[in-house]
Write a protein that binds this ligand. Structure first.
Ligand code: SF4
Ligand code: SF4
Length: 137
């Protein structure tokens, strides 16, 4: 029983450390430079808001989303967002969803943090840049 409680505490502590690290990275958000590799477009983590759907529809696109309950998701083709071109870039860049514009930065309880995911090469650059005090670009 004690061991379970200890593991729970340790896990909680890990979450806090990861979250605080993400907040620290988000503090330096202006140094983040997306490499447009398109890796984030291949994952099923791209949940749109209704406003995004309306904006993209207004731009003339149809049949690009699925609605699950109150959630909107980009349709996928060949394991990627339907709007992602073969070689990586987005084909609706100007009207893409807010989550696409902001990735990998999110807000939780009003606090912005960077989701430190290994598939985003720009996060590694950001970390190096922050570590070097902005000397590495
Ligand atoms: S809309 Fe564009 S940026 Fe957003 S997931 Fe699709 S291809 Fe990527
Ligand atoms: S994974 Fe990172 S670097 Fe690649 S397109 Fe997405 S935000 Fe940009």
């Amino acid at each position: 029983m004690l061991a379970v409680a200890f593991c729970g505490m340790l896990l909680g502590l890990c979450y806090v450390v990861v979250f605080l690290n993400g907040v620290r990275l988000a503090f330096h958000k202006e140094r983040f430079k997306c490499k447009q590799c398109g890796n984030c477009c291949r994952l099923r983590i791209i949940e749109m808001k209704k406003d995004d759907v309306e904006r993209i529809k207004k731009a003339g696109f149809k049949d690009f989303f699925v609605k699950e309950g109150r959630e909107y998701w980009f349709k996928r083709k060949n394991g990627r967002c339907v709007f992602q071109k073969e070689n990586g870039p987005c084909s609706i860049y100007g009207v893409r969803a807010d989550i696409c514009r902001n990735f990998p930065f999110f807000r939780i309880f009003g606090v912005e943090y960077c989701r430190d995911v290994s598939f985003c090469p720009a996060i590694e650059d950001l970390k190096k840049n922050v570590k070097s005090g902005g000397k590495v670009r």
